[in-house]
Design a protein around this ligand. Structure first.
Ligand SMILES: Nc1nc2c(c(=O)[nH]1)N[C@H]1C(S)=C(S)[C@@H](COP(=O)(O)O)O[C@H]1N2
Ligand SMILES: [Mo]
Length: 331
């Protein structure tokens, strides 16, 4: 209903439609002293940088895997060079085209993951941990809250298999993910407007995390990593807006209560905990009715309808049958 009264929101230019960026601008201005950062965000974030060959540095995928053919796409896959050179990863840069060169500094091997709130609690070497699980390739849609979208051949392990092995304590109802904190490798953690807020933290309800769709991502396009997309381990929850999928995670914690999340803490009126893709729930500053697929041209005027739950209602709608009101209200 809201959408019908505000059709103009469908015609947002990218400079207005960069949700999280616009918020940063306000915040930096409020804090003062970061005028340069704030100023650069006034420019549209697309169409200026040379994408290069950002997949080139990603190592060959080290684990055997099979494509799970159950998950089919209704649209072409996004070009690998586009999906790996147009990134949201504020630890490195607020400029989507500037993330990938900076992210190469992150050392991802060896990598330790800490587990809490489960029988397998403690520090685990990631390579050893990942050997325990069958790896799969899955073609999924991906949707950022800013209205850009892509279709990606992810590689990873089903989160349900990992959680079954980890054995969360019976009282735990949520899982919390925490990204790395290494200011020496991530300029955004040294100087960015969020330096005091990092590490990035996110979470899922336990029944969301054990849904068949949820993955712990370890690669894409047949390769490990790449770093700009969250190597060596990230969350993949394709029915939710992209910010739910924390990248380069170092800690997985099973907890009793709904954990606070990065964007919800920063702007609770704009970013909820559930954050399920929903064309009928507009962001306070733009419509979510339509989305645009990232391509070489980065043409955000060619839009297609957004799908409820990003087209994954068959798998996830039942998760929200009881809690419908909360999920919708929180967007
Ligand atoms: N640690 C961390 N994880 C993050 C982010 C971030 O800034 N830091 N951005 C999120 C957002 S807003 C999106 S849309 C996706 C982008 O993933 P991609 O660059 O692989 O497309 O990562 C999410 N995970
Ligand atoms: Mo996003």
């Amino acid at each position: 209903m809201l959408i019908k009264t505000r059709p103009a929101w469908d015609d947002l230019r990218d400079s207005q439609a960069t949700a999280q960026n616009v918020f940063v601008r306000r915040r930096t201005l409020l804090r003062g002293g970061l005028g340069a950062v704030a100023g650069s965000l006034l420019l549209p974030s697309i169409g200026c940088a040379e994408p290069g060959k950002p997949l080139a540095n990603a190592p060959k995928y080290p684990w055997p895997y099979k494509r799970n053919k159950k998950y089919e796409l209704d649209r072409p896959l996004t070009d690998a060079n586009i999906a790996t050179s147009f990134n949201n990863f504020y630890e490195f840069s607020l400029d989507k085209r500037g993330v990938w060169p900076l992210a190469q500094k992150l050392t991802t091997d060896p990598w330790t993951v800490q587990l809490k709130g489960c029988k397998q609690k403690g520090n685990h070497d990631l390579d050893k941990l990942l050997k325990r699980f069958p790896h799969e390739e899955r073609l999924y849609r991906f949707r950022c809250v800013e209205t850009w979208a892509m279709a990606v051949p992810w590689l990873g392990i089903p989160m349900a298999a990992f959680i079954k092995w980890a054995e969360p304590l019976a009282k735990m109802k949520y899982v919390r993910f925490v990204s790395f904190l290494r200011p020496d490798q991530a300029p955004g953690q040294q100087n960015g407007p969020y330096k005091a807020v990092f590490p990035y933290y996110e979470g899922l309800r336990l029944d969301e995390a054990t849904n068949e769709l949820a993955l712990l991502g370890t690669g894409m396009y047949g390769k490990q990593g790449p770093k700009q997309n969250g190597a060596p381990l990230r969350v993949i929850a394709p029915w939710k807006y992209g910010y739910k999928s924390a990248k380069s995670i170092v800690s997985i914690e099973f907890v009793e209560k709904q954990p606070p999340t990065f964007w919800n803490d920063l702007a609770p009126n704009e970013y909820g905990f559930y954050s399920n893709v929903n064309p009928k729930v507009p962001h306070p500053r733009w419509s979510q009715a339509r989305e645009w697929m990232i391509t070489k041209e980065l043409d955000n005027t060619k839009r297609r309808p957004t799908l409820l739950y990003n087209g994954y209602g068959k798998q996830v709608a039942q998760l929200y049958a009881k809690a419908k009101k909360t999920a919708k209200k929180k967007g």
